[in-house]
Design a protein around this ligand. Structure first.
Ligand code: ZN
Length: 253
């Protein structure tokens, strides 16, 4: 196996849509969306190159025997349930869906800086619970209102991380283990953010940064590869496993 390559790659998606819906999106929204056909071809290709694993499996085993990967979705869109789940099941691919509780509770009428500005595109709590009941799906935290965490006061951080975790757990009836930083690029989180995430009891935190990493040391800065529609699955995987890993490539928020 190429040394430049992580033995565990995490892929980041947001929305998975039928072609007609994808075509009707703005260019900004398209940057965070893939079509159902694309998602299926990506999983098919990944299934030939990786073992699909849950985040919990990977952090508890840590063996390098065969490249492993994990699929993640940020923000919690209805299409994750409607369109992505059947394909995840077809390929037995575990996935983590990171949700911002105020989006799910409709405490925010207009989402900002997300891949859809329509609050109705986000999952409801009933739908988050339905996903949580699926064996392959794990729900993770993505803060309360999707702010840039490095810009917040200590009290605001507790609200966005610790209290948000509690709200999600109360709705699911069990604890959650994994967090993804909103936006997730360099500078959107800092040492205080990481400390608050650890204090809250999260076991991992995912970024939106591609880099070579050490799973034993970097559990609170897990790199992720942002998958885009305009590259073939083959090109995307080649990109992930090659130069992006070496140059600490900064991804889109
Ligand atoms: Zn997000």
């Amino acid at each position: 196996m190429n040394n430049a390559r992580n033995s565990f790659d995490i892929f980041c998606f947001h929305r998975v849509l039928p072609e007609s819906e994808y075509d009707s999106l703005s260019n900004d929204e398209k940057a965070f969306s893939v079509t159902i056909d694309y998602f299926e071809s990506f999983l098919k290709f990944a299934s030939n190159n990786y073992e699909f694993k849950s985040l919990n499996d990977v952090i508890s085993t840590l063996d390098n025997a065969f490249p492993k990967c994990h699929i993640t979705f940020d923000d919690g869109y209805k299409d994750n349930l409607k369109y992505a789940l059947p394909i995840l099941k077809k390929y037995s691919a575990p996935a983590t869906i990171y949700v911002a509780d105020k989006m799910i509770s409709r405490d925010i009428s207009k989402p900002v800086n997300l891949s859809s500005l329509n609050i109705d595109d986000f999952l409801s709590w009933d739908e988050v619970q339905a996903l949580d009941n699926e064996e392959l799906i794990e729900i993770g935290g993505h803060s309360s209102s999707h702010k840039i965490l490095s810009s917040l006061s200590k009290d605001q951080l507790v609200d966005e991380i610790k209290n948000s975790k509690k709200v999600i757990e109360d709705n699911l009836g069990h604890s959650i283990n994994h967090f993804a930083y909103p936006y997730g690029g360099k500078g959107t989180y800092n040492i205080e953010t990481i400390e608050c995430i650890k204090d809250s009891g999260y076991k991992t935190a995912s970024t939106a940064i591609c880099k070579k990493f050490d799973l034993r040391k970097d559990l609170y800065e897990l790199p992720r590869y942002f998958v885009t529609q305009n590259c073939s699955p083959q090109i995307n995987l080649a990109r992930f496993s090659g130069i992006s890993n070496l140059i600490k490539h900064q991804l889109l928020p």
